[in-house]
Design a protein around this ligand. Structure first.
Ligand code: ZN
Length: 184
């Protein structure tokens, strides 16, 4: 089956900007260094595909070349689990921040959260040490994970209050910084 023109453009652009001459090696040279969201869908990917919503900037580790913007479906063509996980986490984070901006109630359930997202948030520093967690942000992560795993009807009022506080005081400010929400 012939490749699409978009796929051809992607492969040629990535190879032209990589040190390696073969696709499998070339895709290993890249990392995601920036991201943005275009709610008006006016951006086009380096492959030529239009109407991108999530825009990524990738940089070559060896020669510093930048490709921008590239969409998530092209990043997924690199077939790298680490990049796929990063893209999924970032898009989950955009959804979470929008829920907050739209004044939705942010429940700690699978509509907006996942164990993977909680771990990503923790590893990326979304839970700072505070007087409430005795200076150890891992406690907040562990608490949210326990509550995510618990049955909804077994969560007490006090626990729900603590969930809301961690989301509002730690996660939302982290998302605002992380996602370049300059309008705040
Ligand atoms: Zn593309």
């Amino acid at each position: 089956m012939a490749r699409s023109a978009y796929a051809e453009n992607l492969i040629r652009t990535v190879l032209d900007n990589s040190e390696a001459d073969d696709w499998a090696s070339a895709v290993q040279e890249w990392e995601i260094v920036d991201w943005d969201e275009d709610l008006e869908l006016k951006s086009a990917c380096i492959c030529g595909k239009e109407r991108l919503r999530y825009l990524y900037t990738i940089r070559n580790r060896y020669n510093g070349n930048i490709l921008d913007p590239i969409g998530s479906s092209c990043i997924r063509k690199f077939e790298r689990t680490d990049l796929n996980d990063e893209v999924s986490a970032l898009e989950d984070m955009f959804r979470l921040l929008h829920a907050y901006e739209n004044h939705e109630f942010i429940a700690l359930d699978s509509r907006l959260f996942s164990r993977k997202l909680l771990l990503y948030l923790y590893e990326d520093g979304a839970f700072p040490g505070t007087t409430y967690n005795h200076g150890d942000g891992r406690r907040d992560y562990q608490f949210l994970l326990d509550m995510f795993n618990a049955h909804n009807d077994s969560i007490s009022r006090a626990q729900q209050g603590k969930i809301n506080a961690i989301i509002m005081n730690s996660i939302i400010p982290y998302l605002q910084r992380k996602l370049h929400a300059t309008r705040y």
